[in-house]
Design a binder for this molecule. Sequence first.
Ligand code: PLP
Length: 405
Amino acid sequence: MFDVQKIRSDFPALDQQVYGKPLVYFDNGATTLKPKVVIDTLQEIYSKRNSNVHRGIHYLSLRMTEEYEEARKRVRKFINARSEKEIIFTNGTTASINTISSTFGEEFVKEGDEILISAMEHHSNIVPWQILAQRKAAILKVIPMNDQGEIVMEKLDELMHEGIRILALNHVSNALGTINPVKEIIQKAHERNIPVLLDGAQAIPHGDVDVQDLDCDFYAFSGHKVYGPNGIGVLYGKEEWLEKLPPWQGGGDMVEKVSFEKTSFAELPLKFEAGTANYPAAIGMAKALDYIDALGKDQIAAYEKELLDYATLKLSAIDGLKIFGAAANKISIVSFLLEGIHQEDTGMVLDKMGLALRTGTHCAEPVMTRFGISGTVRASMVFYNTKEEIDKLYEGLIKLRQMFR
Ligand code: PLP
């Protein structure tokens, strides 16, 4: 059984009031709250066990290195990568994508080549490719989406050809909630020898991700969106690709031998981890992954689907409320606008009722442009949210509408 009240007691931040009202946290797409086990792990490391990794021969350093490498094993298992060599710790999804746009871009993209992304990307999966396209005089092409917020598959077929060097696509849209049919898309891409990078920032917290089954070439996600600490993220890359790529940043830990004449680089995965790693956060993230596995990814997905269906039904019944993103396959995100009320006004009034929702473009401005709007209000729900909280959102919106009348 999925005991939500017990789960809620694991998240200290849920036990507070804002403006005298119990906090309803619906901004999980931006960042998730942390379970006590993650907070305690960080506190224990900083109070007792802290020591730099891969450097010292003393007890604390060796122990911390062991824990850090255990965290890498934990991530490998969580996404079912073939080897730990394929797990690079970065400081987040953005850094993971930039690592590939820079290194893959340097090595494999030349003038006139095409880079393919979709119309529903987060800025983190647009701008790095734009910068690369400018640097290499390459061409950025965009797969369109339909009114439901789904990729237009016929257009994808038209756009995909051998001149495309890489396809970079989000697994799940943060602005609309769409779960893209990435396995099918990867298959199509591979038939044309196009490698695929998946931005998994919004997918990892909501269900099972198996990189071998998906057969993606690169996968990026952030620790802070999966109940882990800030300042840590993961770049998964197939070993054969990572071996072929040059390092991104230079510094300590990513080298084997250094002289003024020549430097040789460390083996994978350290080749891509220059400087002191954020090992406390990596270890904290591994605890968050344990926490998710203990709850059960399937149970999480089933409960969050219940929340999505309930919220969609409830909010759609509000006069003048329009939901953006009606894909057949969605995570628990409801992005909406109330007719005649600016999204920021909605967000501000709801805030005073204790409801934390995100407003604006959600770092996906082209999505808003596609729908001819300047932004939306977004409720992103996870396993510690409840139907009662959705009822509060519903009541808040009804009140808001009356106020604005
Ligand atoms: N990609 C998607 C789909 C996101 O939702 C986000 C954050 O909202 C990012 C990338 C960027 O993640 P980060 O800021 O943790 O690097």
